[in-house]
Ligand binder design. Sequence first.
Ligand SMILES: Nc1ncnc2c1ncn2[C@@H]1O[C@H](COP(=O)(O)OP(=O)(O)OP(=O)(O)O)[C@@H](O)[C@H]1O
Ligand SMILES: [Mg+2]
Length: 253
Amino acid sequence: MKTISIALQKGGTGKTVLGVSLAAALARRYPGRVLLIDCDPQGNSTEWTYTETLNAELASVLLGKCHLEQAVIQSDFPGLFLLPTAGLDGELKVWDEGAGSRKPFAMREVIKGAAAMGFKYCILDLSPGFGAIERAALVASDEVITPIMPDPFGISGLEIFIKNLMGLRKDLETGKPEYRRIVINAVDNRIKQHGEIVDKMRKGAGDFHQYVFPVDQVFRRAETEHKSVYDMGTAKKETIDELDRLASEAEEG
Ligand SMILES: Nc1ncnc2c1ncn2[C@@H]1O[C@H](COP(=O)(O)OP(=O)(O)OP(=O)(O)O)[C@@H](O)[C@H]1O
Ligand SMILES: [Mg+2]
């Protein structure tokens, strides 16, 4: 099983858009074998992919209130399963601010359980914070992908993320997660600065793989309609092409 976190210590850069869409892309390839885990106390990816009432959530599992099997549900997306987080009324914040700090490997147990359930991919949508839940999620991941927006603040957000990631690896003496993919999100070709930043990042990319997603209103509409961008039928060709390329490459190694 492969576990991929979507993370960056900066709000609103497209983590949820990317996490939900990558999970949907993989679920098209491996129906029933992809688990989206909502690790953000805001519960945005849960709200997008599931419309029924929740009986249990990720925090219920972390707090020992139920078994993983009881909290994993079929989402509203074809072939995609969800380990949800219940937004405002949820308990993930409670775990994060309480027991979480003493349990750096708690998400590893959740991931082990998901592997035992037969999942092939776990995609973790993280909040912009760097508390117990984000650290536990990163430590449990094989890979982390960061979405940034093409502005100077986006790049400084990336520097903070890299510093935190290095610190985490050092603290916990783990080589994980691997970090070699960056998504430059919401690129508008009509904006000169966007083109310049994309060029600059391409030149300085080194071993990093880069993926460029255009500004596409389909994401907002898909959120409102609780659908994946694939099921909307109105996504830009570049959006779907780049998402498919990311899914193919992330799938492999
Ligand atoms: N490529 C895009 N084109 C147009 N709108 C986008 C794009 N990517 C993201 N958005 C919009 O920007 C907003 C923020 O995106 P998203 O919720 O994915 O960010 P986030 O990083 O998960 O935020 P948070 O840090 O709060 O978790 C959403 O309303 C989303 O629809
Ligand atoms: Mg989010």
